[in-house]
Write a protein that binds this ligand. Structure first.
Ligand code: SF4
Length: 391
């Protein structure tokens, strides 16, 4: 009997090939909750239940295995929270247990997030020996006054020492930096990014401070630089990093050639990922549907009751909007065929939105590529909103 591949009907998901699959592990504790942070992170009180939590992560992964049978993992990201609160032995055990259950591709990028106030050189070495090959440091600023305004536990000196220590063991180091901070001038922002360049890191993630609901800053709002001042900072950051050889490849991400974050690229290209740990999300595709998973957020409940997984199948509207929300963050956009390859939907689904975006000068299209225009990058929310379902 021969099997004939059928073209998807409008509104029908039909994937010819499953996308790459990554793995995210969430370690949800921090020394102290930063006043601007709306991540699922919790102040660690007393000793962390390290062994218990790693066991829970593995149980969580095991429950997901039937849905990804035979697939290989292209990248691993251990994020948080502050994963560097976990000792190298725990990270080693976690990575070994993952490898015992899934094939991690040779040379896969394996990132661990660390905070400058929680690490010393011996720990970095331990993480390297456990198999981590990329480190992401939450530096935020090299200015003590800015770090204090952000409620960070580290000083500028600790940040530079952490970068030096990281670079002793890793040739791929990201630092997160923020701009638009309370009391920050354009010169101060410039100086932070110049320091990042001087330090020789391979990747910089640059975020403008925004005030999110459910944060201390939302209740006690600090005075932030005006909108125009923040826009000037953004321009200055982009110029400084480009002049120093960084490629701006996503709204907030800058990389030395060859050092783009493969794990995050997989999100932006609408790849699949398993998410394990308290509050972690996942996305898994099947030939005829694409699903999302969510887990219980509170670490204590996650430990006591397991992930309490909630799963839903994404609708055509969800797929269209979520694909665009991710892929239009990429400065070079995406190949024209990627929408169908990743959502299993016909390209006609996005045609109306693309035409509207072109009419407003928000996207540029060639025969084989769709990318946000300069204006589209500036008004990304407006651009993405064109792919929401009609009211
Ligand atoms: S260290 Fe990072 S994850 Fe933890 S509270 Fe601060 S911003 Fe949030």
């Amino acid at each position: 009997m021969s099997v004939v591949a059928r073209v998807a009907l409008p509104g029908e998901v039909r994937l010819a090939l499953l996308p790459p699959l990554a793995l995210y592990a969430h370690l949800p504790w921090c020394v102290r909750k930063c006043p601007y942070c709306d991540f699922n992170s919790h102040e660690s009180r007393g000793e962390l239940p390290v062994a218990e939590y790693v066991a829970a992560l593995i149980a969580d992964l095991e429950a997901m295995l039937p849905s990804v049978w035979g697939r290989r993992i292209v990248s691993v990201f251990i994020g948080g929270g502050t994963p560097s609160l976990f000792p190298p032995e725990a990270i080693d055990r976690l990575l070994s247990e993952i490898r015992a259950r899934l094939t991690v591709e040779p040379g896969a990028e394996i990132t661990l997030e660390a905070n400058p106030g929680t690490v010393e050189s011996a720990r970095f070495r331990g993480y390297r020996e456990a198999g981590v090959n990329r480190l992401s440091l939450g530096v935020q600023s090299f200015d003590d006054a800015m770090l204090a305004a952000l409620g960070r536990i580290h000083s500028a000196g600790e940040a530079t020492r952490a970068i030096d220590a990281a670079q002793a063991w890793f040739d791929n180091v990201n630092i997160d930096l923020m701009y638009g901070l309370p009391g920050q001038s354009l010169e101060m922002a410039r100086s932070d990014f110049a320091e990042a360049v001087r330090r020789g890191t391979t990747h910089v993630s640059a975020y403008q401070l925004t005030i999110e609901p459910n944060t201390v800053f939302f209740r006690h709002r600090p005075t932030l630089p005006e909108h125009d001042a923040c826009a000037d900072m953004q321009d200055a950051v982009e110029e400084a990093l480009a002049a120093s050889g960084f490629e701006h490849y996503e709204t907030s991400a800058f990389a030395r050639p060859g050092k783009r974050c493969r794990h995050n690229l997989n999100y932006w290209e609408f790849g699949d990922y398993l998410g394990i740990g308290a509050g972690a999300h996942g996305k898994v595709s099947f030939p005829d549907r694409i699903t999302r998973h969510e887990r219980i957020k509170q670490p204590r409940e996650y430990l006591a009751a397991g992930p309490c997984l909630q799963e839903r199948v994404l609708s055509v509207d969800d797929l269209t909007f979520e694909f665009m929300l991710n892929a239009l963050r990429l400065i070079d956009g995406f190949p024209a065929g990627l929408f169908t390859a990743r959502t299993g939907l016909q390209g006609a689904v996005i045609e109306r939105g693309l035409r509207a975006a072109e009419a407003k000068g928000l996207v540029e299209r060639t025969r084989d590529r769709i990318r946000p225009s300069e204006r589209g990058r500036l008004f990304l929310n407006e651009l993405v909103a064109l792919f929401l379902p009609a009211p």
